[in-house]
Ligand binder design. Sequence first.
Ligand code: DC
Length: 216
Amino acid sequence: MLYRIITIDGPAGAGKTTVSKLLAKKLGCVRVDTGALYRGVAHEIKKQKIMWQDDAALKAFLSRLDLTFVLKKEEFRLISSGKDITPHIRTPEITMLASVTSARPAVRSALLDLQRRIASQQDAVFEGRDMGTVVFPDAKVKFFLFADLEVRARRRYEEMPDPAKDLFQVQAEMAARDTNDAQRVQAPLKPAPDAIHIDSSHLTARQVVDEMLRHL
Ligand code: DC
């Protein structure tokens, strides 16, 4: 039921995770982090040593892929063939591998079906890059959340428990990922024509959610 889907798209560090969690809580529905699915694919590609540049190998791998979300204590866990891989998908290596492999058409089409299946089962706030443009073009309310690169890099840097990199490195990696995500041919990061744009550079997460609720 697409009228029950709210989409939030935007670049890394714009605040989608915090904001989508708060918004879903306010609305009493689930939040689906679609970046986690792309990270799950990257994790399995690495673990199974898949030659993902080879289309035939990639497609064979995707046809065997068994990725799902399971709700545990109000949090979705990412399950691959029965194993909880949630703790392993946020490493810097998986972050970059997810960014490059998510540009492959076969990966996007496999995850498109999965995301729509999840949406057919419940009301949800979906966050990602192409929620409003490709996956749920008929969603009634779409948000595009963004912020200045410096602000986004600083947020990521401050989230790191024991930063092994300096702020400039974090900013450079984020800029590289922005370019990958925005310039790919398949479902590039861009706002849907009917998306409501919110600049979070100078707003707290609560202020962003209040702004979203005003639109809803
Ligand atoms: O939001 P994130 O950083 O966890 O996303 C990981 C990668 O997955 C990111 O580089 C872009 C990609 N992604 C995508 O292509 N489409 C989505 N809907 C969500 C994420």
